[in-house]
Design a binder for this molecule. Structure first.
Ligand SMILES: Cc1cc2nc3c(=O)[nH]c(=O)nc-3n(C[C@H](O)[C@H](O)[C@H](O)COP(=O)(O)O)c2cc1C
Length: 346
């Protein structure tokens, strides 16, 4: 897949996720093999006003590149101005969010609301393309609801506006995150599009990613929820795509070690207080399915002191070693392997 100077064969991409894909998580996902990572969405209005908390969301580490900055907004002027500011942070490209379904975004005419205004969507894209030298891409959904799917009408408009690639989440705005992403529609988008297409929605395992490539013919795939607490998925997808088999399943030691690394990075980048608090939402997924974990999880999500949180995690690792000697860990590994699209389907 070629976008500007980036040229990566069948890239596996970390999706933008608010409150999840911050610098610490992006860095970890890159280390585990994500080819490209996206920032959380960034408000163009807040960026152009220079709001410190928002500007910090754009800081990119060398080790996480190629990284992409995603912007949202409902005004071509604000989006173009924000893109010029974002370009200074040196992203590989700038992505425009035309798919966010949540009220605070879509309710204000931005994100998925622009699916109801394809002309305005294209005007915004064109303004941003003109404003920056970097490639500009779009991430969107199939349409506002099932009755008004208009992605095939939107594709040529965005291409005329000059976008460099299109990421499509195979759901409509009304579907939010319900049901199963419609990969057939993504295949239709791929047939229609001239620019590279990045397929997104319900990749939970390495086999899902392979199937997404096969089913849609997309140039790249993008993983969101499946990567939360599970950056190991990127290594598994890479191994399956390039070497034909998934080679490793993380055990409890690796999961706990990465949770600790994540916490340390979070504290380094956000300070002790925010870094510790914001890490709370990740523990459940890192420790998912592990033996007798609810007690540990409950302590972690109440812990204000990051050093104490690390002690809890280390003590739990020792506890798991006992379960391992007793032969109880296997049940957990099985659970992780079963976390697939096919199970979600049932
Ligand atoms: C917690 C969360 C936050 C998200 N934030 C964003 C965002 O900031 N920008 C965006 O384009 N999509 C966002 N999304 C949507 C994801 O990028 C992705 O399109 C969606 O989760 C479907 O992919 P998945 O099935 O692999 O999770 C978010 C999703 C989740 C679950």
């Amino acid at each position: 897949m070629r976008i500007g100077e980036l040229d990566i064969e069948r890239p596996v991409i970390l999706a933008p996720m608010e409150d999840v894909t911050d610098r610490s998580f992006r860095k970890i996902c890159r280390r585990f093999g994500a080819d490209i990572v996206y920032t959380e969405f960034i408000s163009s209005e807040a960026l152009r006003r220079g709001i410190d908390k928002i500007v910090r969301k754009m800081l990119l580490d060398e080790s996480e590149r190629p990284a992409v900055i995603q912007l949202f907004g409902d005004s071509a002027e604000a989006m173009a101005e924000a893109a010029v500011i974002a370009a200074e942070a040196g992203p590989a490209y700038i992505d425009l969010n035309f798919g966010c379904p949540v009220k605070k975004v879509a309710g204000r005419g931005a994100g998925a609301a622009l699916l109801k205004e394809p002309e305005k969507m294209a005007r915004i894209a064109e303004a941003v393309v003109r404003a920056v030298d970097l490639p500009v891409t779009v991430k969107t959904r199939l349409g506002w609801d099932r009755e008004s799917i208009n992605i095939l009408d939107i594709v040529p408009r965005l291409e005329d506006a000059g976008i460099g690639a299109l990421a499509v989440h195979g759901r409509t705005r009304s579907e939010m995150y319900r049901g199963i992403a419609d990969w057939d529609w993504i295949a239709r988008v791929k047939e229609r599009a001239v620019v590279p297409v990045i397929a997104n929605g319900d990749i939970w395992t390495a086999h899902d990613a392979l199937e997404m490539f096969r089913h849609t013919g997309a140039d790249g795939v993008m993983i969101g929820r499946g990567a939360i607490g599970n950056p190991f998925l990127f290594t598994q997808v890479r191994d399956l795509l390039h070497e034909g088999a998934v080679k490793s399943t993380p055990g409890f030691r690796e999961r706990i070690a990465v949770a600790i690394e994540h916490l340390r990075l979070s504290v380094e980048y956000k300070g002790e207080k925010s870094g510790t608090l914001e890490m709370r939402r990740h523990y459940a997924t890192y420790l998912k399915g592990m033996p007798r974990v609810s007690r540990v999880r409950n302590r972690l999500v109440r812990e204000d002191d990051w050093r104490a949180a690390i002690e809890i995690l280390e003590a739990y690792e020792s506890e798991c070693e006992v379960y391992e000697r007793e032969g109880k860990i296997g049940e957990y590994a099985e659970f992780l392997n079963d976390h697939s699209r096919r199970l979600v389907l049932k």
